[in-house]
Each structure stands twice: as C-alpha cells, then as structure tokens.
Design a binder for this molecule. Structure first.
Ligand code: NAI
Length: 335
C-alpha cells in the first residue's frame, strides 16, 4: 500500500523503516497534516499522523476526496482526529494504544525530580561557575502523598514508581485497579479528595470531551499551596488561563509539563530565531515555577520501535483484511 507519513521526525524514520517488513511504499513528510497539506496525500491510500496533526472534519473530507481510506495514528491519544466524521465518511482509523508506558511515567518522574531538586537552576548556575547553594533547597519525596489521576497503562506505572520512592499513593479513576490497591497500597478516592490531600498530582487521563479543562480554577483551588502538578497527558486537560493565575499567585508550588494546550504550529519545530506567537506559552515559560519539555516523553528507542511496529501492523491488517485490534470508532459505524 502507498503510505504517506505526516509529521515524520528524522529520529523516528529509522524505526519506521525497520518496522516496514511488508515493503509498503512509504513517503515521509515533515509537514503536519492540516487543510493546506492534505493535498500531499493525493495518490496515497493510507496516511499516518501524529499528535500535533489536524484531522478535523474539513481535513478528513479533503483526504477522503483525494482517495485516502486508512488513517493510522502514531500516538495513543486521538483527540486530534474527529472520529465521528472519519467513520461517517468511511475511513478505517487506528492508533497505537500502548507503547512503553514506562517511557511516559519515567519522564513524569524526571520532571518531578528535576523541579523538586532544582536541577535546572543548579546546572544553569554551575556552568557559570556559580557554586552557591542559594535557592537549591528541595524536599524528600519519601513519605509525601502523591495523587495519580488516571491509573490506566501509564498511570499504573507511575503508581508503582511513586510507591517505590516510599510515597503514599492516592488515586482516582473511572475504573479503580484492585491490583494497585493490593500491590502498592493505593487509596482510591474522588478527584477532589485526591487534589486536596496530595503533595504531588500527576495527570494520566486522555483528553476527551468530558476531560477538557477538567482541572479548572475550582479544581486548582483545592490543591495544597506547596503542591506540584505534573502533566504528561494533554495540555487542554488543564485550563491554562486559570493555571497561569494560580501559578502567578503562588497558590500551588509548580507546574511540570510535557504538553501544552495549543501545540500545533509551535511544538516540534525550532523557533529560536523568529520567536513564538502563543501568548499563554510565553507567560508560562517566563514563570519561575514552571518546568516544560516539548512533548518528548515518548522519545525513547523502546517507545519509538513499539510505535513503528504497531503502525505497520495496523496497515498490514487492513491490507490483509484481518480485524485490526487497534481500530477506533466502531461505535460510530452506521449499520
Ligand atoms: P489508558 O487508557 O490506559 O488510561 C487512562 C485512564 O484514565 C483509564 O484508566 C480511564 O479510566 C481513566 N480516566 C479517563 N477519564 C478519567 C476521569 N475523568 N477521571 C478519572 N479517570 C479517568 O491511557 P494511557 O495509555 O495511560 O495514556 C494516558 C494519556 O497519556 C493518553 O491518552 C495520552 O493523551 C497521554 N500520552 C502522552 C504521551 C507523551 O508523550 N506526553 C505519550 C503517550 C500518551
């Protein structure tokens, strides 16, 4: 099958090439899918997109009219594709529901440790030969209460890591995991209870219609003034405007994030010469109590080879007519 891979990053191409065992005719483009770049899919039956691509209804209609029939996402999250429209048009759509959840949970832990122990500040000072310890005080994680919002594939690994640090783990999930209660002594509660009692809160839920701005002004107000909020899930789970107010008033200790509300057009590119337009991101970056990475939590060889293998497995299944177990949106198929 002829496959166009949008938003192809130089570092992932070797993993994708290696996983293309069936010899599909693959073309890579650095461009993200949007209304302007959809035209590049002319002549391709399948496209693969990433989390920053725009597969809204208007883009999907363009792709369909160009002859595209299959869309495989190289991500677990699928908030950037309008599944209902895709299924209405007749697309087959699949994602990569699981690829090394350890990569994401370990990155959340790295953000927490770096922020808590002032690693970025210390490094920026020592490279200027400033070995003073002023401002470098952190605190032990051992004995602290960590709240995990969403204990699915990634959140459950985060629970185990935090349990290993000797933290008391609270959690909330629509479907509590009895194994985590037994193995790690997790106490499940409501989201409000978890937010009120935790010293650290880590988000591991998908961005869905219901979860949009789930962490709003009211929820942020429940958190302890010394609490750290970690987000490796999706930016729009948190109301950025309310978050900025909360951080500016120092009503929580800090925000460590790998994701922002509007990544498209800013993330995944070097803007160091021309600067950025996103005003909220500018404010966040200027705050001393924010630690931000550019959606890199999945960037490990283990995760990238998992993403590549599943992407081509999805395409192979479609070509062979086998049921694709990662198919999305069956609830929208008209009978
Ligand atoms: P998952 O589907 O295994 O787990 C999500 C859990 O959240 C489920 O147990 C679900 O019941 C729970 N949940 C959903 N809404 C909830 C709510 N309102 N309240 C309480 N619990 C709720 O998903 P997984 O694999 O753990 O991934 C989570 C998210 O992480 C993805 O949807 C994606 O957006 C993000 N992600 C970020 C990456 C990065 O590079 N920063 C890479 C991979 C995933």
């Amino acid at each position: 099958m002829k496959v166009l891979i949008y938003s192809a990053k130089e570092y992932e191409i070797p993993f994708l090439d290696n996983a293309n065992k069936s010899g599909h005719k693959v073309t890579y483009t650095e461009d993200a899918l949007d209304t302007d770049t959809a035209i590049q899919a002319m002549g391709y039956k399948a496209v693969s997109i990433f989390s920053g691509d725009d597969a809204s209804s208007i883009v999907l209609e363009k792709l369909w009219n160009l002859g595209v029939r299959y869309i495989t996402l190289r991500s677990a999250g699928h908030n950037n594709i309008r599944i209902k429209t895709a299924k209405y048009l007749g697309f087959q759509v699949a994602n990569v529901p699981e690829y090394s959840p350890h990569a994401i949970a370990e990155h959340a832990t790295a953000l927490l440790l770096a922020f808590n122990r002032k690693i970025v500040l210390a490094h920026s000072q020592v490279i200027r030969y400033n070995f003073s310890q002023k401002g470098l005080m952190g605190s032990n994680l051992h004995g602290k209460t960590v709240g995990i919002i969403g204990t699915g594939k990634i959140g459950s690994i985060m629970v185990k890591i935090m349990h290993g640090f000797g933290c008391k783990v609270l959690a909330c999930d629509l479907k509590p995991d009895a194994d985590l209660v037994e193995l790690c002594g997790v106490t499940y509660g409501t989201m409000d209870q978890v937010l009120k009692k935790s010293d650290v809160v880590s988000l591991h839920i998908p961005l869905t219609y219901d979860n949009y701005y789930l962490i709003d002004r009211k929820k942020l107000a429940l958190m302890k003034p010394r609490a750290i909020l970690i987000n490796t899930a999706r930016g729009a789970i948190v109301d950025t405007r309310a978050l900025i107010d909360t951080l500016q008033k120092k009503e929580i200790a800090g925000y460590c994030t790998d994701v922002i509300e509007k990544e498209k057009g800013t993330f995944f590119k070097d803007h160091s010469n021309e600067g950025i337009e996103n005003q909220q991101l500018k404010i966040l970056l200027a705050l001393p109590n924010v630690l931000l990475t550019p959606h890199q939590a999945y960037m490990t060889p283990e995760a990238l080879s998992g993403i590549a293998a599943t992407t081509f497995k999805n395409i192979d299944d479609w070509v062979s007519g086998t049921v694709c177990k990662n198919e999305l949106g069956s609830e929208w198929v008209l009978s």
